[in-house]
Design a protein around this ligand. Structure first.
Ligand SMILES: Cc1cc2nc3c(=O)[nH]c(=O)nc-3n(C[C@H](O)[C@H](O)[C@H](O)COP(=O)(O)OP(=O)(O)OC[C@H]3O[C@@H](n4cnc5c(N)ncnc54)[C@H](O)[C@@H]3O)c2cc1C
Length: 385
């Protein structure tokens, strides 16, 4: 469907290109035909399909628990997200949440936690969620207030989480809560909380412009065993950031997928649309627009796969992931806006692909750290020297 010459870039190994091509063929056959309406049911079905076909094995680390490899392969995750997003935004969401929601377990889980959760995530039998944001702690996430009080062999959780993707349909939540070892970021720990744990309530379902399952959670005296803590007490913030290094880069990849689809749709439209006695593609204004779109996309793609490649070499990529996420989401928004414009009235008609891409891309500039937050990360990192 789209130009895939980027698969020959030196960031990739031969198996990466093969993975992307196989997934592209599978997605062409199985995705993109949602009836609309029941978004929860569609997500569950997509997770089941992705699990059954083996794609979710790339969302977890550890061959012993159904993972494709023993370590997270960032480039594979990015290529999968880019490919799925190009075909179907909800399929990308379903894959991404299995990875983001279980990433902290892949990185830091005990053998028992890994056995209990990761194999079900990889097979599509359990849905995962990542519960970090709160009503008063979004960008300023180190200010989170949800508390986990240690009581003997348990922790008792009280507080709220909001904007939680898969909220309401997840089987478990990786939760970040204040345990108070130190002020700020150093007093936060991570936990795995089963969705049916007494004291955990779905307080509100939230609708957004590109619908997917989303909720506000309330914890009222929710008692979990101490063995549900992930990693050391007070180390939860670092674990959240390590998880985000991978998944921020993959948000950039999803943005590339949406933008690549928009470019593809625009080229096809420009060739077929007739006006003033010729095709839209024959006008130089159209040619410059297509050139801008393709260049914005390649620039974003280079930053994204640089970050993914660096992480797979074992390097710290906080700055590179921030550059990739910021550039890819901002560039994709521009590319998609140009695609809508080029489609004229058709561009805003419900059911037109570029109309749905226009809604899909918007939240990516906000979640997992808004563009302004990425700028702060990059600037501070450079000034620190
Ligand atoms: C669709 C969707 C899905 C989400 N899924 C999840 C999820 O699964 N799990 C989860 O934990 N969270 C999730 N989130 C939450 C998301 O990560 C937050 O919305 C995001 O971090 C921004 O926080 P906020 O909404 O509180 O905005 P705010 O933090 O209130 O930010 C408002 C504005 O202020 C800007 N800003 C921030 N800092 C500065 C500064 N220093 N100077 C100037 N301006 C600044 C921001 O860039 C933004 O433009 C999701 C959000 C959305 C919209």
């Amino acid at each position: 469907m789209a130009d895939r010459t980027y698969l020959d870039w030196p960031f990739f190994e031969p198996h990466h290109g093969e993975l992307a091509r196989r997934l592209d063929a599978w997605a062409g056959e199985h995705l993109g035909a949602h009836a609309g309406g029941d978004v929860d049911g569609q997500c569950r079905e997509l997770v089941r399909q992705l699990g059954q076909a083996g794609w979710l094995s790339h969302a977890v680390a550890g061959r012993d628990v159904g993972g494709h490899a023993d370590a997270i392969d960032t480039r594979a995750i990015c290529l999968i997200r880019e490919t799925l997003a190009r075909h179907d935004g909800l399929a990308d969401f379903a894959f991404a949440m299995q990875g983001l929601g279980s990433g902290a377990i892949s990185l830091q889980g005990t053998p028992e936690q890994r056995r209990r959760y990761l194999s079900r995530v990889a097979s599509g039998q359990a849905l995962a969620a990542f519960a970090l944001s709160e009503p008063q702690a979004g960008s300023d996430v180190a200010a989170l207030a949800c508390s986990a009080r240690s009581e003997g062999d348990s922790y008792v959780i009280d507080g709220q989480k909001t904007w939680i993707s898969n909220g309401g349909i997840a089987d478990f939540y990786v939760l970040f809560a204040r345990t108070g070892e130190a002020p700020g970021a150093r007093g936060i720990s991570a936990f795995v909380v089963d969705a049916d744990q007494p004291g955990l309530h779905i307080a509100e379902r939230i609708d957004v412009i590109a619908p997917h399952p989303l909720a506000r959670l309330e914890f009222r005296g929710c008692r979990i065993p101490a063995s549900a803590r992930l990693g050391a007490a007070g180390e939860g913030f670092k674990l959240a950031m390590r998880t985000l290094d991978v998944f921020r880069t993959s948000v950039a990849a999803a943005a590339l997928g949406f933008a690549r689809r928009a470019l593809h749709e625009s080229i096809a439209w420009a060739r077929s649309r007739q006006m003033f006695g010729q095709s839209l593609a024959d006008f130089q204004i159209t040619q410059t627009k297509i050139a801008q779109m393709a260049t914005l996309l390649d620039a974003a793609s280079l930053l994204t796969y640089r970050a993914a490649w660096l992480r797979d070499q074992g390097r710290r990529i906080t700055r590179e992931a921030a550059m990739a996420k910021m550039t890819a989401t901002e560039n994709a928004q521009q590319v998609i806006d140009m695609a809508v414009q080029m489609h004229g009235g058709m561009g805003v008609r419900k059911g037109c692909i570029v109309e749905s891409l226009y809604r899909e891309i918007r939240a990516l500039r906000i979640y997992e750290g808004a563009t302004e937050v990425q700028q702060l990360i990059i600037g501070k990192d450079l000034l620190r020297g």
